[in-house]
Design a protein around this ligand. Structure first.
Ligand code: ADP
Length: 480
């Protein structure tokens, strides 16, 4: 049932049951205390009168049974029943007062009734014989105290407690009434508090519903920021903001990727369409095919980069790792880029000390190559690049500095973003798709390192890769 699945109603139910138990316990205790007190008073008065009747018996019976008078059993000289009388001033204690008439009855040890007060009820059964202190019993609306005298008579004093019983019943109803009122108020208050406390949850679920319906800009209202639910709402809002950012980046990435691929595809289509309009000499077909080949190569380069990024995004740790020497990677990179540097008339310099890190050598070489090729590409003819590899405590550091134009402070925070290019028109035309630095950063971060850039327009740029240092491998033949 939906009712029982709701946290609010479950709380309300538990709270109600608890409150009911507390009120019932409290009410019962109060009622018991009140009735015990009242009955205690009644019993006290009964015992008092029991004493008076005992005195009367003792006075009439003569000496106690352990000093029997000569010439007969105890009580043998007992006066006739009509002579059993209470002293004048005590007789008023057994008068007929509506609601609190006291009575007494005395039985002989053989069960024969000796005397009874004027207002004693007719059908009072003689109690069981008793050899201890006085006992009490309640019969209907009558409370009675009974006791056996040392000389063997059974003595009973009683009273109508109808009024006390009615009072106790009235008190019980009063307690029940107050208890119900407190319960209703408590439940209403508890319901209000629960509704207030749980309101942020419904806010959260409403916001989550709106978000799941596609509106990622929705947020949970966080007015009550200090409570646990307020904190939860803040965490969720942060998560939603990150999700929104991730989705935005994802769609931007897809749009950029499609855009990048559209250019070479358009080249292929236009080239082939215009060439196929009519018969052409073989040289023109060759030109067309060469243009298509360049476009295909460009597409392949973009797709390879995208594939690499996708692999880096999905993999948790680099595959095929080993201890790599960054100075060796830098040296090989310089060898690969020698031709390119010559074409751009850029000089390559280096200061390389062995610096070891753990990782995938191929991927790290790719990252270094992206930095170094950028340093050559975005440089002035006659300029230079400088690659440094060194060790800092616990860190292997590789830096690539150039004497290029530098990067403006507006572009600097974005250059590691996917498909970001400072000069879109020119670099796009030259086959630069804006993925080089994004890939370099993804590789370095994948290896637990960081990549940073420092640049000032007109003063060149320095890119730095910092990776956790690994112990140098033990070369075979090294002295142990
Ligand atoms: P691209 O493939 O277009 O070079 P990158 O991700 O490698 O993409 O670089 C992003 C942008 O950062 C480039 O468009 C370029 O303007 C700028 N950039 C990268 N390296 C340098 C550098 N060494 N000097 C100046 N600008 C650079």
């Amino acid at each position: 049932m939906k009712f029982f699945r709701s946290i609010r109603w479950r709380l309300q139910l538990w709270y109600g049951v608890l409150l009911l138990l507390i009120l019932a316990g409290f009410g019962l205790s109060a009622w018991r205390l009140q009735t015990t007190n009242q009955m205690g008073k009644v019993d006290q008065e009964l015992e008092q009168r029991m004493g008076i009747v005992s005195d009367m018996i003792r006075a009439r019976n003569g000496p106690p049974p352990n000093h029997p008078p000569a010439g007969g059993p105890p009580g043998a000289n007992r006066p006739p029943p009509s002579d059993w009388k209470l002293p004048e001033r005590k007789a008023g204690l057994f008068e007929n007062i509506p609601g609190r008439t006291y009575y007494y009855i005395v039985w002989h040890r053989n069960g024969e009734e000796i005397v009874r007060s004027t207002f004693a009820p007719p059908d009072v059964p003689q109690p069981e014989r008793l050899h201890g202190p006085p006992e009490f019993r309640t019969r209907g609306t009558l409370r009675e105290c009974y006791h056996d005298t040392p000389s063997g008579e059974c003595l009973l004093v009683g009273r109508d407690i109808g009024e006390e019983q009615a009072g106790a019943a009235h008190f019980a109803w009063l307690l029940a009434g107050v208890g119900i009122a407190v319960l209703v108020l408590g439940l209403a208050g508890g319901g209000w508090v629960a509704a207030r406390a749980l309101r942020p949850i419904s806010d959260i679920s409403e916001a989550a519903e709106r978000i799941s319906a596609g509106d990622l800009s929705q947020r949970v209202r966080t007015a009550d920021t200090d409570s646990e639910l307020g904190q939860l709402a803040r965490v969720l809002n942060d998560t939603f903001a990150r999700l929104q950012g991730a989705f935005a980046r994802q769609s931007q990435f897809t749009a950029d990727a499609s855009h990048e691929l559209r250019t070479p595809i358009s080249v292929v289509l236009t080239q082939t369409q215009s060439t196929l309009v009519r018969e052409r000499p073989a040289s023109e077909y060759k030109e067309c095919l060469e243009a298509c080949q360049r476009a295909a190569q460009r597409m392949r380069a973009i797709l390879e980069n995208l594939l690499m990024l996708a692999r880096l995004d999905s993999a948790k740790a680099p595959e095929e790792t080993g201890v790599c020497d960054l100075s060796l990677i830098a040296k090989e990179t310089m060898e690969i880029l020698e031709t390119m540097a010559g074409e751009h008339n850029v000089r390559m310099e280096s200061s390389l000390s062995p610096a070891y890190c753990r990782g995938n050598a191929g991927q790290l070489a790719q990252a270094v190559q992206n930095l170094a090729s950028n340093a050559i590409h975005y440089n002035h003819p006659g300029g230079s690049i400088h690659i440094t590899v060194e060790n800092e405590p616990g860190t292997a550091v590789l830096s690539v500095s150039d004497t290029g134009p530098g990067i403006s402070s507006t572009d600097l925070p974005h250059i590691f973003e996917r498909f970001y290019r400072v000069d879109k028109a020119r670099s796009g035309a030259q086959g630069h798709s804006g993925l080089g630095l994004a890939i370099a950063r993804a590789i370095v971060e994948h290896h637990g390192g960081t990549i940073t850039v420092g640049s000032e327009p007109g003063k060149g740029s320095t890119f730095q890769i910092r990776l956790p240092e690994a112990p140098a491998p033990i070369k075979t033949g090294d002295p142990a």
